[in-house]
Write a protein that binds this ligand. Structure first.
Ligand code: UDP
Ligand code: MG
Length: 316
């Protein structure tokens, strides 16, 4: 039998926060009467985090821990946490006490009673550095909303709740933890909502992400949009691009030929810009096609080329 609730916590060098966090989660879940488990994933901490997790598993029968051999990142930590989680509802939470466990009951109820597939936290009032985090994050979320069409104010909030099927259907990898709602939407889960959540300043330790997060995040956003549209049919992208580029080159060749033949143009073709434009365009067009064919070969051999999520089966 599945527990009601799994709480998945990725952690990297958060030794001071962990006891307080687990005690608080236990207080909330016991009051609510949930059958729950806490899955703590130590992402290769170099401080005493793992010893603390070990002592917490001794104190609380509800706590389980997984430790990575080295630091892989938040997405890999969530991936193994999701694999291990058995609850009907899964809630993720940062380990640094910036997310409040008091939000758990409401998030849980939105999944169970209001039928949401995914509820994302929204740190409406935020206690991070205004210049390096809050402002760029607002901008970034605006761009996200425009490109993905998912109307969330705080896509990358660590505090989120999921219906079990969602986390079992998606695969977080690389640094895609920033885009889990996008992955869920692409997998066909429609009811994605948000809840304003309390946010707290970091009490111990330091943030693990710097300004590079915005560059990496933007690049990942492009990737995720590309793979969702063309991931299984790359030639539809590269073929169109290749054909357009090649045709552009062809038009310029035709213009050169007309000049030469009809007007008896005396200037050598190699002295005209059109010559170089046609040359590069035709080479680039050919390269796009080749890329497309190679990408098709990759897709043909991809392990997930025929992975589909069924919603229901009847008359079986
Ligand atoms: N984290 C992790 N692996 C990493 C970096 C971070 O598991 O490589 C965890 C970290 O311990 C925390 C959560 O991810 O529980 C969010 O990280 P952080 O608080 O540094 O991010 P911020 O709140 O500054 O955005
Ligand atoms: Mg934090």
């Amino acid at each position: 039998m599945h527990p009601d609730l799994s709480i998945v916590i990725p952690l990297y060098n958060e030794e001071e926060s962990l006891p307080e966090l687990v005690e608080w989660i236990d207080r909330v879940c016991t009051t609510q009467g949930y059958r729950y488990e806490v899955v703590m994933v130590d992402d290769g901490s170099t401080d005493r985090s793992w010893e603390v997790v070990r002592s917490l598993t001794d104190r609380f029968s509800t706590v389980r821990g997984i430790r990575f051999q080295r630091n892989y990142g938040k997405s890999p930590a969530l991936y193994v946490g999701f694999k291990a989680a058995e609850g009907n509802v899964v809630i993720t939470m940062d380990a640094d006490l910036q997310d409040s466990p008091d939000e758990i009951p409401e998030l849980y109820s939105m999944i169970v009673n209001d039928g949401y597939d995914l509820v994302s936290g929204w740190k409406k009032v935020r206690y991070d550095n205004a210049v390096t985090k809050n402002l760029p994050s607002k901008l970034y979320n605006g761009v996200n909303r425009m490109i993905t069409g998912i109307k969330l104010h705080d896509m990358n909030c660590g505090l989120k709740a999921y219906r079990r099927k969602v986390i079992k259907s998606i695969e977080v990898y690389g640094e895609m933890h920033r885009f889990i709602p996008v992955l869920a939407k692409q997998a066909g889960f429609k009811k994605i909502g948000e809840k304003v959540v309390q946010h707290r300043a970091r009490k111990y330790g330091s943030s693990k992400f710097g300004w590079e997060r915005f560059i990496n995040g933007f690049l990942d956003l492009l990737t995720i949009q590309f793979t969702s549209r063309f991931g299984k049919k790359p030639m539809h992208f590269f073929g169109v691009l290749g054909a357009l580029t090649f045709l552009t080159g062809f038009v310029f060749v035709a213009l050169l030929a007309i000049d030469k033949l009809r007007l008896g143009d005396q200037v050598a073709v190699t002295n005209k810009p059109a010559f170089f434009i046609s040359l590069t365009s035709m080479i680039m067009g050919t390269l796009f096609f080749l890329t497309g064919f190679l990408a098709e070969l990759v897709v043909r051999n991809a392990a997930d080329r025929n992975d589909y999520i069924t919603e229901e089966q009847i008359g079986w």
